[in-house]
Write a protein that binds this ligand. Structure first.
Ligand code: NZQ
Ligand code: ZN
Length: 376
């Protein structure tokens, strides 16, 4: 795969895309790329290609968009998919790429990934620093009819080309900028709090967290700060491309609980994580985990050792919670209008889908309900 980072890197797209063919399916979200001028810029650059379009891909992309996109690919004989947007557009495009070679409802692939045999090549122009989808082999797709949000994993859906131009994120609204940062931090935290200790990946993880903590407030104050947007974009990409989880079990906790919130209430992924993460931290803090929390407090938040271990660990968690609040993210589920109606079912699903019994601190359905109750 090829990554181009920096201003003006879109100019390499024609050469890179022509390696795959002439027929492009251009995918995008609710229209931000038209407002920002990126759409016109790309249409101009790609005037020698035959372009088909799938717009209107919603945040938390839905299976209906995947089926629509796959039908276009089959009918038109698409050679390559160009996803212009954030995690939602990229994930939808990844699922389309696989569904283009599948006869039947694309949801079958989410339920049984062994049905993925082939995928169209995917190129990406990233417009928001958040998910890391630009450099990973995962797509997360929602089915609102069944209240399911499921991950699709396949090396076949790793983007072949990604254009990472920080200028394309200048227009990301404050709430989405903050939610994107919370998502990056959560990816790193999920990797950091792992049963396996791994010094080099964790040094990287601590550095990525410090970068997001430093640069998010700057990006919020100065949306067109190239420096801030560049650091966040690079952190987004490095957080989930496998470097930070090297030597680790890759058994996550909060993400699967958040995916249940999105599956039932269609909320912004990063904002849900900002609510859950500090509560999960408090729930798992114990004699077994306190030393790791102290490392986190000192190396990420710059707190002083010398305090009682549990005091220091709690100060690190307080700092996490205060940071999310300071960048304008919610700290309770009530702020989304979510009550405890579906907690039991969400807990059951999260434990099953996420394999939470194998997490850093194994989580039962009862633990997940407790974390959700703490989040109310
Ligand atoms: O839809 P448009 O109009 O483009 O507006 C989007 C959308 O409303 C807007 N936006 C994006 N770039 C913009 C912009 N607005 C103005 N200027 C720009 N430059 O931001 C909103 C959110 O976009 P979205 O793509 O939904 O954001 P994000 O990148 O946070 O993606 C979230 C999705 O990715 C999944 C999440 O669960 C969620 O469905 N994830 C994917 C992962 C992966 N593939 O590895 C891992 C993550 O943990 C996550 O689960
Ligand atoms: Zn995430």
């Amino acid at each position: 795969m090829e990554h181009s980072f920096g201003s003006g890197q879109e100019s390499h797209l024609p050469a890179k895309l022509s390696a795959y063919g002439k027929k492009i399916l251009l995918t995008y979200g609710g229209g931000s790329i038209k407002k920002t001028g990126l759409y016109d810029k790309l249409m101009d650059l790609l005037k020698d290609f035959e372009i088909f379009e799938l717009g209107g891909i919603a945040p938390n992309p839905k299976i209906e968009s995947v089926n629509t996109g796959a039908a276009i690919c089959k009918k038109e004989g698409i050679d390559v998919i160009l996803a212009v947007g954030g995690g939602s557009t990229i994930d939808c495009s990844k699922a389309i790429a696989a569904a283009a070679y599948y006869d039947g409802d694309a949801w079958d692939l989410l339920l049984d990934m062994s049905k993925i045999t082939k995928a169209l090549p995917i190129a990406v122009v990233l417009t928001i620093a958040a998910t890391g989808s630009e450099m990973d082999s995962v797509a997360v797709i929602s089915n609102m009819r069944t209240n399911e949000k499921l991950p699709l994993y396949s090396p076949l859906i790793l983007p072949k080309v990604s254009v990472l131009n920080p200028e394309n994120t200048y227009t990301v609204p404050p709430f989405q900028t903050a939610a994107g940062s919370a998502d990056i931090m959560s990816h790193v935290i999920e990797n950091y709090f792992d049963r396996e200790q791994a010094f080099v990946p964790d040094a990287l993880n601590e550095g990525l967290l410090r970068a997001v903590i430093k640069y998010t407030p700057i990006a919020l104050k100065q949306p067109s700060s190239y420096e801030a947007r560049a650091q966040l974009m690079w952190a987004s990409t490095l957080a989930l491309n496998g470097l930070g989880s090297t030597g680790k079990t890759f058994a996550w906790s909060c993400h699967y609980i958040e995916h249940e919130l999105s599956a039932f209430y269609d909320i912004t992924h990063g904002a849900g994580l900002a609510v859950l993460t500090p509560k999960w931290m408090r729930h798992i803090l114990s004699e077994d985990t306190v030393d790791k929390f102290c490392d986190y407090a000192v190396n990420v938040w710059g707190l002083e050792r010398g305090n009682d271990k549990f005091t220091l660990a709690n100060q690190g968690i307080d700092a996490t919670e205060a940071f999310f609040k300071s960048i304008g993210l919610p700290s309770t589920l009530a702020e989304f209008g979510i009550d405890n109606t579906h907690f039991e079912l969400m807990a059951k699903n999260a434990v099953k889908i996420g394999g939470l019994r194998n997490a850093y601190v194994p989580l039962s359905e009862k633990d997940v309900v407790t974390i959700l109750q703490m989040s109310l």
